[in-house]
Design a protein around this ligand. Structure first.
Ligand SMILES: *Cc1c(COP(=O)(O)O)cnc(C)c1O
Length: 224
């Protein structure tokens, strides 16, 4: 067994069974993905459309691809026919594009709204108010080929555990308060390599692990 597979099993054994692991393979060569594929893992996350497409073309088609990076509006159409879950929706306009493209393939594409849970400027996301505006809009309600099934959040990139707890707690409360109202809600995507244990304590059911599984990321130019 190689180190990547070892780390995967280590995590899997140490967390509750209902929590999904998303292996974040951005900036990592397909050989890394193959190691986890061999032991039955199917969920992989990418930040860039172009990189995802390259990998999608080379790898088995039963992989479930997750888009977790900032939405590149003009490139959404290239992934709509195969994408499994988009975590980073921040605008009704994103949903409109996906809905239109997905209808061509007769698919319903599952999406999460990315909620801003920390103050850092470069961490994106929308407010809870904006999220409910989208969910309540007639426009969204009329979309047949796109479905919002929960939230994604990125915590502060710092050491204050209290602060991170507070951020995850906030998103979990928001999620729980809307879960009864929106029957499609089933995913709360929170937690990365550094903070996934805290995220799980606060209700996450999908953790996104890059560095912990695959090691420090290569520079982009090394990959492509
Ligand atoms: C890169 C990335 C991850 C993985 O981060 P690690 O710290 O390497 O686990 C998770 N979520 C998002 C949105 C990312 O961009």
């Amino acid at each position: 067994m190689n180190p990547i597979q070892n780390r995967f099993f280590f995590i899997k054994k140490s967390i509750p069974k209902n929590i999904k692991i998303l292996a974040v393979s951005k900036n990592k060569d397909i050989s890394y993905i193959e190691e986890l594929y061999k032991i039955g893992h199917r969920d992989f996350g990418e930040n860039y459309v172009q990189e995802m497409i390259k990998k999608y073309q080379k790898l088995p088609k039963d992989i479930r691809w997750h888009m977790i990076g900032r939405i590149q509006k003009n490139k959404l159409k290239y992934i709509t026919h195969f994408i499994y879950l988009i975590h980073s929706i921040q605008k009704i306009e994103h949903l409109q594009i996906i809905n239109k493209e997905a209808s061509k393939y007769n698919r319903v594409v599952n999406c999460l709204l990315q909620i801003k849970i920390c103050e850092e400027k470069n961490k994106s996301g929308i407010t809870d108010k904006k999220a409910s505006n989208i969910l309540e809009s007639e426009e969204y309600k009329n979309m047949k080929n796109v479905k919002i099934i929960g939230f994604m959040g990125i915590a502060s990139f710092q050491k204050s555990i209290q602060k991170i707890r507070h951020e995850f707690h906030y998103l979990n409360e928001l999620y729980k308060s809307l879960k009864n109202q929106y029957k499609d809600f089933k995913i709360l995507s929170m937690g990365m390599s550094k903070d996934y244990l805290i995220a799980i304590e606060h209700g996450s059911n999908l953790i996104r692990l890059g560095t912990f599984l695959f090691g420090i990321r290569d520079k982009k130019e090394n990959f492509i």
